[in-house]
Design a protein around this ligand. Structure first.
Ligand code: SF4
Length: 437
């Protein structure tokens, strides 16, 4: 069989210039992973091609037996366009990803089959069913079966890619009320892959630096310690996500991550207000522990990438300046600022829908860079301008230079990361300003 896997994330159909493609492709900390995992487990008798529309165009004239499109909310329109074009050519279309998992009935009207949740076992079952001409309309998430081993993601993307990608664990049990990933069917089901499989996979990744796609490598600290211990002599560098509670309390884990090659921890701080944190159900965060978490990471010469969100019901217009002040005090090296987005399937969406505060159901705007609901204590424009201000202040020449110089103390890789992320964020800022509300 000839299979095409299309991954279409985050850009909402926006076309990139050649220089932007090169920059993203080379330095992206979010290399395509899911498509390559599916390609890697596809039996070798089939031929698989991957297209990530950020970099490559789709050839609609090529003949395929199955086209799988994996997409999220902001790419719905483009994904359906692609699906409909292939269906007109009587090619079997399968849809998967966040959006089809939540809106499976709608997705089915544009496809032959929908995979709900992330589950490799379904892909193999689907291929078998296709060969027997017994394709099912929906493939529900299955309980993880440890006999299913995700092999190395051995499908190369074109060009020079600076960062490789891997996934040691999947799912997150915390279910924060805004989080689409843990609230999709099967998303809060947490499982770990055998550590030796991860080690084999890391050895086979050609890149020196790797991004762990895990929602958090602090959910099961003992598992992560075993993993870090075995990574010690692999001579790799990596970034990973973690939660503030464990990073503040478990110094041994932080130290072991450094010894394993960790360059940076990405932490979803979300808010500097404990009241907000309590309301959104982010049980891993205690604001008073933020300082210790950052200190532990810096003490071990790694950098901190902080993620913050704005627009919570407890946020007033003061939240922007207060957050900037605290980020400065915490000495966070790199930060991402997002507009709270009520993704379908989350408790947050249900609440705002009940309160008649959803402003648009144009899913292309559900990109965390547009205001799609009525905030409680500010206007939508004040929220948008506030987040833009966070970017312009945090990434001002003076502040960026200060951070880059401070990064020198952390050693080459954290320093390089801080330098590079400033360039990438410039691209993000440009995208940001392209959205109108
Ligand atoms: S801790 Fe992170 S990944 Fe887990 S539910 Fe909360 S936001 Fe989602």
């Amino acid at each position: 069989m000839k299979i095409l896997i299309i991954e279409n994330f985050w850009l909402g159909g926006k076309k990139l210039k050649l220089t932007e493609k090169l920059l993203l492709n080379t330095f992206s900390i979010l290399p395509t992973l899911y498509a390559r995992q599916l390609a890697a487990i596809t039996p070798k008798k089939h031929s698989v091609k991957i297209v990530d529309e950020r970099y490559l165009n789709i050839n609609f004239d090529e003949k395929y037996d199955i086209v799988l499109i994996n997409f999220n909310f902001s790419s719905v329109q483009r994904a359906y366009e692609i699906a409909d074009s292939f269906r007109q050519k009587v090619i079997t279309v399968v849809l998967s990803g966040w959006y089809p998992s939540i809106m499976s009935k709608e997705a089915k009207t544009h496809s032959n089959s929908v995979i709900i949740g992330l589950n490799e076992t379904n892909w193999l079952e689907l291929l078998n069913d296709y060969e027997k001409d017994k394709l099912k309309p929906f493939y529900e998430p299955k309980k993880y079966d440890s006999s299913v081993r995700i092999p190395p993601t051995n499908v190369e993307l074109p060009g020079f890619i600076f960062t490789g990608a891997i996934e040691a664990t999947r799912g997150c049990p915390y279910r924060c009320d805004f989080c689409p990933e843990s609230n999709i069917p099967g998303g809060s089901q947490y499982f770990t892959r055998p550590v030796d499989d991860i080690i084999d996979e890391i050895k086979s990744i050609p890149q020196k630096t790797i991004m762990f796609y895990d929602k958090s490598l602090t959910i099961n600290p003992e598992y992560s310690k075993t993993l870090f211990k075995k990574m010690k002599n692999l001579n790799k560098k990596f970034f990973c996500n973690g939660n503030a509670d464990v990073l503040a309390r478990d110094k041994e884990l932080v130290r072991m991550s450094k010894e394993a090659g960790c360059v940076a921890w990405l932490i979803g701080f979300e808010s500097i207000s404990q009241e907000t944190i309590n309301k959104i159900g982010k049980t891993t965060n205690k604001v008073e522990e933020y300082y210790q978490a950052v200190k532990n990471i810096h003490d071990n010469k790694m950098s901190v990438i902080g993620s913050f969100m704005f627009g919570f019901d407890t946020d007033t217009k003061d939240i922007f300046n207060e957050t900037l002040k605290m980020i400065e005090e915490l000495k966070i090296d790199i930060a991402d600022f997002w507009i709270l987005t009520p993704f379908l399937g989350t408790p947050l969406f249900d609440k705002l829908e009940d309160e008649d505060r959803i402003l648009t159901k144009d899913w292309s705007k559900y990109n965390m860079k547009s205001v799609v609901f009525k905030p409680k204590n500010m206007t939508p424009d004040e929220l948008l301008q506030g987040v833009k201000k966070m970017y312009s202040e945090f990434f001002s020449f003076k502040n960026s230079t200060k951070r880059v110089l401070r990064g020198l103390y952390l050693g080459f890789y954290p320093f390089f990361l801080i330098l590079v992320r400033n360039s990438i964020t410039n691209i993000i800022i440009r995208y940001f300003s392209s959205y109108d509300n």
